[in-house]
Design a protein. Structure first.
Length: 287
Protein backbone atom coordinates (compact mmCIF):
# COMPACT_ATOMS: atom_id res chain seq x y z
CA UNK A 1 0.00 0.00 0.00
CA UNK A 2 1.14 3.54 -0.77
CA UNK A 3 -0.05 6.19 1.71
CA UNK A 4 -0.59 9.80 0.79
CA UNK A 5 1.21 10.85 3.96
CA UNK A 6 3.00 9.17 6.86
CA UNK A 7 3.56 11.09 10.07
CA UNK A 8 6.32 9.87 12.39
CA UNK A 9 5.37 10.51 16.00
CA UNK A 10 1.94 10.70 17.62
CA UNK A 11 2.13 13.97 19.55
CA UNK A 12 -0.92 16.29 19.51
CA UNK A 13 0.34 18.39 16.58
CA UNK A 14 0.85 15.31 14.39
CA UNK A 15 -2.55 13.89 15.34
CA UNK A 16 -4.29 17.14 14.41
CA UNK A 17 -2.31 17.32 11.15
CA UNK A 18 -3.34 13.73 10.38
CA UNK A 19 -7.01 14.64 10.84
CA UNK A 20 -6.60 17.71 8.62
CA UNK A 21 -5.05 15.59 5.85
CA UNK A 22 -7.68 12.90 6.26
CA UNK A 23 -10.42 15.52 5.87
CA UNK A 24 -8.85 16.36 2.49
CA UNK A 25 -9.40 12.74 1.46
CA UNK A 26 -5.82 11.58 1.93
CA UNK A 27 -4.84 8.12 3.19
CA UNK A 28 -2.82 8.79 6.34
CA UNK A 29 -0.69 6.64 8.65
CA UNK A 30 0.73 7.71 12.03
CA UNK A 31 3.72 5.73 13.33
CA UNK A 32 4.72 5.85 17.02
CA UNK A 33 7.87 4.19 18.35
CA UNK A 34 6.57 3.74 21.92
CA UNK A 35 3.59 1.67 23.00
CA UNK A 36 1.46 4.68 23.92
CA UNK A 37 -0.01 7.45 21.80
CA UNK A 38 0.50 11.14 22.42
CA UNK A 39 4.25 11.66 22.59
CA UNK A 40 5.10 13.74 25.67
CA UNK A 41 1.35 13.94 26.34
CA UNK A 42 0.92 10.19 26.22
CA UNK A 43 -0.43 8.10 29.07
CA UNK A 44 1.66 5.76 31.19
CA UNK A 45 0.46 3.21 33.77
CA UNK A 46 0.65 4.27 37.42
CA UNK A 47 0.46 2.18 40.57
CA UNK A 48 -1.59 2.38 43.78
CA UNK A 49 -4.99 2.29 42.09
CA UNK A 50 -4.44 5.41 39.99
CA UNK A 51 -5.52 5.53 36.33
CA UNK A 52 -3.13 5.57 33.41
CA UNK A 53 -1.88 9.15 33.44
CA UNK A 54 0.07 11.68 31.41
CA UNK A 55 3.81 11.21 31.05
CA UNK A 56 4.86 14.78 31.86
CA UNK A 57 3.63 18.15 33.09
CA UNK A 58 2.58 20.81 30.60
CA UNK A 59 1.32 24.35 30.18
CA UNK A 60 -0.46 26.01 27.24
CA UNK A 61 0.63 29.36 25.88
CA UNK A 62 -1.91 32.14 25.44
CA UNK A 63 -3.06 31.82 21.82
CA UNK A 64 -6.82 32.60 21.78
CA UNK A 65 -7.50 31.26 18.26
CA UNK A 66 -5.73 27.98 18.98
CA UNK A 67 -7.44 27.60 22.37
CA UNK A 68 -10.88 28.30 20.90
CA UNK A 69 -10.24 25.79 18.13
CA UNK A 70 -9.18 23.06 20.56
CA UNK A 71 -12.13 23.75 22.86
CA UNK A 72 -14.66 23.53 20.01
CA UNK A 73 -13.02 20.80 17.92
CA UNK A 74 -12.50 18.51 20.92
CA UNK A 75 -15.69 19.55 22.77
CA UNK A 76 -13.54 20.23 25.82
CA UNK A 77 -14.04 22.72 28.66
CA UNK A 78 -11.09 24.98 29.41
CA UNK A 79 -10.71 26.51 32.86
CA UNK A 80 -8.45 29.12 34.44
CA UNK A 81 -5.56 27.52 36.27
CA UNK A 82 -5.83 27.96 40.05
CA UNK A 83 -3.56 29.30 41.25
CA UNK A 84 -1.94 30.73 38.13
CA UNK A 85 1.41 29.26 36.97
CA UNK A 86 4.55 30.63 38.56
CA UNK A 87 8.28 30.37 38.36
CA UNK A 88 10.51 30.08 41.37
CA UNK A 89 13.74 32.04 41.15
CA UNK A 90 16.18 31.77 44.06
CA UNK A 91 13.35 30.75 46.35
CA UNK A 92 11.06 33.63 45.32
CA UNK A 93 7.72 32.80 43.66
CA UNK A 94 6.92 35.11 40.75
CA UNK A 95 4.26 35.19 37.99
CA UNK A 96 5.12 32.73 35.23
CA UNK A 97 5.17 35.42 32.54
CA UNK A 98 7.97 37.26 34.30
CA UNK A 99 10.26 34.34 33.49
CA UNK A 100 10.83 35.56 29.92
CA UNK A 101 11.28 39.15 31.14
CA UNK A 102 13.99 37.99 33.53
CA UNK A 103 15.67 35.89 30.85
CA UNK A 104 15.52 38.80 28.39
CA UNK A 105 17.16 41.20 30.86
CA UNK A 106 19.76 38.60 31.81
CA UNK A 107 20.51 37.96 28.14
CA UNK A 108 20.94 41.68 27.42
CA UNK A 109 23.49 41.96 30.22
CA UNK A 110 25.65 39.16 28.79
CA UNK A 111 28.35 39.58 26.12
CA UNK A 112 27.04 39.37 22.55
CA UNK A 113 28.31 35.86 21.95
CA UNK A 114 26.54 34.58 25.06
CA UNK A 115 23.16 36.35 24.68
CA UNK A 116 20.05 34.22 25.16
CA UNK A 117 17.48 34.15 22.34
CA UNK A 118 14.43 35.32 24.30
CA UNK A 119 12.14 37.73 22.45
CA UNK A 120 10.97 40.82 24.32
CA UNK A 121 7.54 40.25 22.75
CA UNK A 122 7.11 37.20 24.99
CA UNK A 123 8.24 39.06 28.10
CA UNK A 124 4.81 40.10 29.39
CA UNK A 125 4.91 42.54 32.30
CA UNK A 126 1.20 42.12 33.08
CA UNK A 127 0.72 38.36 33.59
CA UNK A 128 -1.76 36.63 31.31
CA UNK A 129 -4.50 34.36 32.64
CA UNK A 130 -3.55 30.82 31.72
CA UNK A 131 -6.21 28.22 30.99
CA UNK A 132 -6.03 24.45 30.71
CA UNK A 133 -8.39 21.51 30.08
CA UNK A 134 -10.63 21.05 33.11
CA UNK A 135 -9.70 17.36 33.11
CA UNK A 136 -6.00 18.00 32.55
CA UNK A 137 -3.81 16.50 29.84
CA UNK A 138 -5.54 13.16 30.38
CA UNK A 139 -8.78 14.64 29.05
CA UNK A 140 -6.93 16.38 26.21
CA UNK A 141 -5.27 13.26 24.82
CA UNK A 142 -8.42 11.14 25.30
CA UNK A 143 -10.46 13.63 23.26
CA UNK A 144 -7.78 13.72 20.58
CA UNK A 145 -7.81 9.94 20.30
CA UNK A 146 -11.62 9.92 20.08
CA UNK A 147 -11.45 12.37 17.19
CA UNK A 148 -8.79 10.36 15.34
CA UNK A 149 -11.23 7.42 15.44
CA UNK A 150 -13.96 9.65 13.99
CA UNK A 151 -11.63 10.42 11.07
CA UNK A 152 -10.56 6.79 10.67
CA UNK A 153 -6.88 7.59 11.23
CA UNK A 154 -4.62 4.52 11.14
CA UNK A 155 -2.13 4.57 14.03
CA UNK A 156 0.54 1.95 14.71
CA UNK A 157 2.53 1.87 17.94
CA UNK A 158 5.82 0.13 18.67
CA UNK A 159 7.21 1.09 15.24
CA UNK A 160 10.53 2.95 15.24
CA UNK A 161 11.53 4.33 11.84
CA UNK A 162 15.30 4.28 11.43
CA UNK A 163 15.75 5.17 7.76
CA UNK A 164 14.07 7.20 5.03
CA UNK A 165 14.73 6.53 1.33
CA UNK A 166 13.32 9.26 -0.92
CA UNK A 167 12.42 8.39 -4.49
CA UNK A 168 9.25 8.25 -6.56
CA UNK A 169 7.72 7.20 -3.26
CA UNK A 170 9.41 7.63 0.10
CA UNK A 171 10.24 4.47 2.02
CA UNK A 172 9.99 4.68 5.81
CA UNK A 173 11.99 1.72 7.08
CA UNK A 174 11.90 0.07 10.50
CA UNK A 175 13.53 -3.19 11.63
CA UNK A 176 10.58 -5.26 10.46
CA UNK A 177 8.58 -3.17 8.00
CA UNK A 178 8.86 -0.88 5.00
CA UNK A 179 6.11 1.71 4.49
CA UNK A 180 5.62 3.58 1.21
CA UNK A 181 4.27 7.12 1.05
CA UNK A 182 4.00 10.18 -1.20
CA UNK A 183 4.75 12.57 1.68
CA UNK A 184 6.52 12.21 5.02
CA UNK A 185 6.27 14.34 8.17
CA UNK A 186 8.90 14.11 10.90
CA UNK A 187 9.16 16.10 14.12
CA UNK A 188 12.10 17.90 15.72
CA UNK A 189 12.60 14.98 18.13
CA UNK A 190 12.77 12.26 15.44
CA UNK A 191 15.93 10.17 15.78
CA UNK A 192 16.68 8.77 12.34
CA UNK A 193 19.83 6.89 11.43
CA UNK A 194 19.86 7.92 7.77
CA UNK A 195 18.01 9.85 5.06
CA UNK A 196 18.90 9.24 1.42
CA UNK A 197 17.69 10.14 -2.08
CA UNK A 198 18.62 8.00 -5.06
CA UNK A 199 21.36 6.40 -2.96
CA UNK A 200 22.88 9.71 -1.81
CA UNK A 201 22.96 10.27 1.96
CA UNK A 202 21.74 13.57 3.42
CA UNK A 203 23.13 15.25 6.51
CA UNK A 204 20.76 14.23 9.27
CA UNK A 205 18.86 16.98 11.11
CA UNK A 206 19.96 17.31 14.73
CA UNK A 207 17.13 15.99 16.91
CA UNK A 208 15.87 18.18 19.73
CA UNK A 209 16.37 15.82 22.66
CA UNK A 210 14.22 16.42 25.72
CA UNK A 211 16.48 15.04 28.39
CA UNK A 212 14.30 14.77 31.50
CA UNK A 213 13.20 11.99 33.78
CA UNK A 214 9.47 12.27 34.52
CA UNK A 215 8.66 11.50 38.15
CA UNK A 216 5.14 10.84 39.45
CA UNK A 217 5.04 11.49 43.20
CA UNK A 218 2.10 10.39 45.34
CA UNK A 219 2.53 12.30 48.60
CA UNK A 220 0.51 12.95 51.74
CA UNK A 221 -1.45 16.20 51.40
CA UNK A 222 -0.35 17.81 54.65
CA UNK A 223 0.77 21.43 54.50
CA UNK A 224 2.14 21.49 50.97
CA UNK A 225 1.62 24.87 49.33
CA UNK A 226 -1.13 25.07 46.72
CA UNK A 227 0.17 25.48 43.16
CA UNK A 228 -0.76 24.41 39.63
CA UNK A 229 2.43 24.59 37.55
CA UNK A 230 5.88 25.99 38.24
CA UNK A 231 9.19 26.38 36.44
CA UNK A 232 12.35 26.36 38.54
CA UNK A 233 15.16 28.05 36.57
CA UNK A 234 18.52 27.56 38.20
CA UNK A 235 17.39 24.49 40.18
CA UNK A 236 19.99 21.75 39.79
CA UNK A 237 17.44 18.92 39.91
CA UNK A 238 13.95 20.08 38.89
CA UNK A 239 13.07 21.70 35.57
CA UNK A 240 9.30 21.99 36.04
CA UNK A 241 6.58 20.59 38.26
CA UNK A 242 2.76 20.44 38.34
CA UNK A 243 0.02 19.43 40.78
CA UNK A 244 -2.37 17.03 39.00
CA UNK A 245 -4.53 16.14 42.01
CA UNK A 246 -7.65 18.02 40.90
CA UNK A 247 -7.31 16.66 37.36
CA UNK A 248 -7.25 13.10 38.67
CA UNK A 249 -10.37 13.80 40.76
CA UNK A 250 -12.31 14.88 37.66
CA UNK A 251 -11.88 11.31 36.39
CA UNK A 252 -13.64 9.86 39.44
CA UNK A 253 -10.56 8.86 41.43
CA UNK A 254 -10.66 9.55 45.17
CA UNK A 255 -7.27 10.77 46.36
CA UNK A 256 -7.88 10.07 50.09
CA UNK A 257 -5.68 12.85 51.41
CA UNK A 258 -2.99 12.38 48.77
CA UNK A 259 -1.50 14.63 46.10
CA UNK A 260 -0.27 13.53 42.68
CA UNK A 261 2.74 15.64 41.70
CA UNK A 262 4.51 15.47 38.34
CA UNK A 263 8.11 16.63 38.14
CA UNK A 264 10.53 16.78 35.21
CA UNK A 265 14.00 16.30 36.70
CA UNK A 266 17.49 16.39 35.23
CA UNK A 267 18.93 12.87 34.87
CA UNK A 268 22.50 13.67 35.94
CA UNK A 269 21.65 14.60 39.52
CA UNK A 270 18.77 12.12 39.68
CA UNK A 271 21.11 9.20 39.02
CA UNK A 272 23.71 10.65 41.36
CA UNK A 273 21.51 11.13 44.45
CA UNK A 274 18.99 8.33 43.82
CA UNK A 275 15.20 8.07 43.85
CA UNK A 276 14.62 8.59 47.59
CA UNK A 277 16.75 11.75 47.78
CA UNK A 278 14.96 13.05 44.69
CA UNK A 279 11.63 12.62 46.46
CA UNK A 280 12.91 14.49 49.49
CA UNK A 281 14.28 17.30 47.31
CA UNK A 282 11.00 17.62 45.38
CA UNK A 283 8.96 17.72 48.57
CA UNK A 284 11.17 20.42 50.06
CA UNK A 285 10.70 22.56 46.92
CA UNK A 286 6.91 22.10 47.04
CA UNK A 287 6.58 23.19 50.65
Amino acid sequence: MVYDCILIGSGPVNLIEAMFLSKQGKKVLVLEQSEYIGGAWGKVPLKKGLPDFQLGCHIWDIEPKALNFLSEFLDMDLAKMKPQPEFVFRGIKLPYDWKNLLFYIRGMLRPKGEMESVSFNKARIIPAKYIYPAGGSLQFIDRLLDRTKDFGIEIRTGVKINKLEIGEFTKAISKRDVFHTKEIVITSVAQLKSISKNGEEFILPEPRLVNYIHCHLLINDLTAAKFSYARLPGNSLIHRVSDETDHVKTHGVGMKGKKLILAAVYPELYHKIGKEKTREHDYAELT
